[in-house]
Write a protein that binds this ligand. Structure first.
Ligand code: NI
Ligand code: MN
Length: 229
């Protein structure tokens, strides 16, 4: 499968028959790796309601006639904007044709608006475990380190983990290294860094620290860059 990093926490997974887009933050993202109108996908998975994750979900779902997958409150929000959405909750999984999606917990919040008025809360934030073309991908969403990552690693043989390292809003490098030890993925791609000054981090430092304690391969992608899983 082809994995394309589109900046921040956005990835496009292109399998044999299905395309899955996660957290499409394109508009307003100084590091965006694509134009909104050029994106084609069957599903849009949304980890939480913050603008740098929900992002362009509604427009992309409309232009592609794609189905949004997220917690109930995210799904309902998207349905109110006129797009197809499939509601789930943390711990649940569902088979969408040839792909299976399970929601994991994430230690974070999930709201929309709030900069200049009351925020609307959109349920719990989540991560995703995606089974597709015989591979298993874990997108952690925005999260702090939590001990049940060990459970994820024990129950699921993760081929690729997508982990935030930006600090401030999520895990920083050292906690993300601990996450790698618990999840024990075959490979890991860092995300949610160097988009804004508040999340500036050196991914090479993450790579060095992972290499010192784990056999997981760290892949650092530039925005727009592809990786064959
Ligand atoms: Ni967030
Ligand atoms: Mn974020």
């Amino acid at each position: 499968m082809k994995i394309t990093f589109l900046g921040h926490s956005c990835f496009l997974l292109e399998g044999q028959s299905v395309k899955v887009l996660i957290d499409p933050f394109i508009t307003g993202n100084p590091t965006a790796g694509a134009e909104v109108e050029d994106i084609n996908t069957d599903y849009v998975l949304v980890t939480h309601g913050h603008g740098d994750h929900l992002g362009d979900t509604v427009q992309i779902a409309k232009q592609c006639n794609a189905t949004v997958v997220g917690v109930l409150e995210i799904a309902n929000y998207c349905k109110r904007q006129g797009v197809n959405a499939h509601p789930m909750q943390i711990g649940g999984s569902y088979q969408f044709g040839s792909i299976k999606v399970k929601l994991t917990q994430a230690l974070h919040s999930s709201s929309i608006g709030g900069d200049s008025g009351p925020a609307e809360y959109l349920g719990n934030p989540c991560g995703f475990i995606i089974e597709m073309d015989g591979k298993i991908i874990y997108h952690a969403g925005d999260t702090g380190l939590f001990g049940d990552m060990e459970l994820i690693g024990r129950l699921t043989s993760i081929d690729l983990a997508l982990l935030p390292i930006g600090d401030n809003y999520t895990m920083g490098i050292d906690d993300a290294v601990e996450a790698v030890k618990m999840i024990d993925p075959k490979s890991v791609i860092p995300m949610h860094y160097n988009t804004f000054p508040l999340v500036e981090q050196n991914p090479e430092q993450f790579k060095e620290k992972v290499n010192a304690v784990s056999s997981a391969e760290v892949i650092i992608l530039e925005s727009g860059e592809e990786y064959d899983l």
